[in-house]
Design a binder for this molecule. Sequence first.
Ligand code: SF4
Length: 214
Amino acid sequence: MRKYPIIEIFTSINGEGTRAGELATFIRLKGCNLHCSYCDTRYACEEDASCTWMTIKEILAQVTTKNVTLTGGEPLLAEGIEELLEALRDYSVEIETNGSRSINLNLSYRPIFTLDYKLPSSGMEEFMNTDNYKYLQPCDVIKFVSGSTADLEKMWEITKTYDLVSKCHVYISPVFGAIEPADIVEFMKEHQMEGVRLQLQLHKFIWAPNKKGV
Ligand code: SF4
């Protein structure tokens, strides 16, 4: 029977995305193919990270809310991820993905995707899969985690090149401690970024910024 490498399953509020502030069960899968400079979940990424191998039945037994968010690491790396997603089809499923993997999955329903675009300061921009943008739906989010003015400039270039505002939600999220949210607002005003939203990660304000399982 297939098992999945689970770092943690917990219930909390969504810290970001269109369901920010709503309760959700988070399923954090082990492993990531990127190495972002600002990663705050390295404990889920390393090869020797400790995890629990769980069956679908065992995972479902820990789901306590209608909203379910798959996260990581990079959840789309997990072998058999489509099988797990099918088992979750009666829930409202969101997948937080790093933007390097295809979101064109073979499923009987369409989850919501929150798709990162890794900007220059992440060091991972070369791995972005912009082919994904043809599969975007209005419920999806493209999230630009920005840590500098150069990041914001690139964010705006990508947004315009792929006409992202007309396809889905477009969020800018500051790298915590690297850039002042007020400076992002100034940049948004200067560039008349209509339809783009600044988003602060709620859990970084409610709990200590590095607290796990919240
Ligand atoms: S994609 Fe996410 S989990 Fe992976 S290294 Fe980057 S920030 Fe960390």
